[in-house]
Ligand binder design. Structure first.
Ligand code: CP3
Length: 335
């Protein structure tokens, strides 16, 4: 598989391509299945439906990799925290007051349907399509657990200074649970895994080391011990200059780049051999036309000869016209 060869460090031209949130609301067939499921969490926890929406963008656009359809917040839910998605408003959880509320022993039973989705996908995906398993990075998941919703995470930021022991306790539980969760995905057939540390860039350097790099490293080391050769993609969004330390110390094989990071600079600060994924501005996919064409050709030109997985710098937004995605695929395939 082209995707896995690049993940192993080979430069392949043209590069393999997939898009974060490639299964989602910009696709009418996703909206149909989503309506049938009723709510988003039921969609994540119904293997036949989660399998179907994972496959939809593969059938339509022939991406080189499929990403398991689920959400990073299924894990805190499995650990015992209530979770809901208010229509049009994003996730809501009761802000966590004590780590003792979390029960790692029950988690595998709750996320079992997600693992079942991975097994189904292993059988139903075309043989040339890689399957990406994923989890949220512990710091990012803790942000939602401690604040209960997105939007700056003011409580998490305070707690990281005022009650670091509590934050570390939560992260320790999440780190162990994430290893078990990802390991189960690999056992069920995921070809590689991605850690979404979407809010990594919010933490000042000392906390970034402690809360982002440390737990990511523990997860990478333990997964590689259990599954020799498994590749891990880290996504420390908005890491800025901490990208250097992250890629040296987090134990990942590839790094997803957000759309404000200059990819040539990223290449220069990452250790030799680090595979880069990203980093097209998702807004360009909404706009289409010349701005999209120019940016795609600049990115392809910049990464020619280096191991690169073409992707966006963040997820596709629901307002993206399908025709623009089709055009992007055409442009990347042409090289
Ligand atoms: O196609 C894929 O990329 C795989 C599935 C996937 C989803 N969420 C589906 C989803 C993945 C990998 C995620 C990761 C995720 N979830 C992250 C990290 C990546 C990032 O975007 O920064 C985060 C922070 C979350 C938490 C989350 N889930 C939020 C904040 C929201 C609401 C925002 C929104 O777009 O509505 C979700 C909901 C969500 N997760 C949707 C999808 C397709 C939309 C739900 C719907 O259909 O109504």
């Amino acid at each position: 598989m082209k995707f896995l060869e690049v993940l192993a460090g080979e430069a392949i031209w043209p590069p393999p391509l997939w898009l974060m949130r490639q299964a989602g609301r910009y696709l009418p067939e996703y909206r149909t299945v989503r309506a049938k499921a009723g709510d988003f969490i039921s969609l994540c926890l119904t293997p036949a439906l989660a399998e179907e929406v994972t496959l939809q963008p593969i059938r339509k656009f022939g991406f080189d990799a499929a990403i398991l359809f689920s959400d990073i917040l299924i894990l805190p839910m499995a650990l015992g925290q209530d979770l809901s998605f208010a229509e049009g408003e994003g996730p809501r959880l009761p802000p966590l007051e004590t780590a003792s509320l979390l029960n790692p022993d029950r988690a595998a039973g709750v996320y079992a349907p997600v693992i079942e989705t991975v097994s189904r996908l292993r059988r139903s995906l075309p043989k040339e399509t890689a399957l990406i398993g994923f989890a949220g990075g512990p710091a990012t998941v803790a942000c939602y657990m401690l604040d209960g919703q997105g939007g700056g995470f003011p409580r998490t930021r305070r707690l990281a200074y005022e009650n670091p022991r509590f934050v570390r306790d939560v992260l320790a539980i999440l780190t162990d649970a994430t290893v078990e969760y990802l390991s189960a995905q690999v056992n069920a057939g995921a070809d590689c895994v991605m850690l979404f540390e979407s809010w990594a860039g919010m933490f000042p350097p000392a906390q970034f080391r402690d809360l982002v790099i440390g737990p990511n490293r523990l997860i990478s080391d333990e997964l590689k011990r259990r599954h020799p050769g498994i590749k891990i993609i880290g996504f420390p969004r908005l890491a800025g200059l901490m990208l250097n330390e992250y890629t040296q110390k987090a134990g990942v094989d590839a790094v997803g780049l957000d759309n404000v990071t200059d990819i040539a600079t990223a290449r220069a600060v990452c250790p030799p051999g680090m595979v880069l994924q990203g980093n097209l501005d998702p807004l360009l996919l909404k706009l289409g036309g010349k701005p999209l064409e120019d940016a795609v050709s600049a990115l392809l030109g910049e990464m020619h000869g280096y191991p690169h997985i073409f992707n966006l710098g963040h997820g596709i937004t629901p307002d993206v016209p399908e025709a623009h995605v089709a055009r992007l695929v055409e442009l990347v395939r042409r090289g």
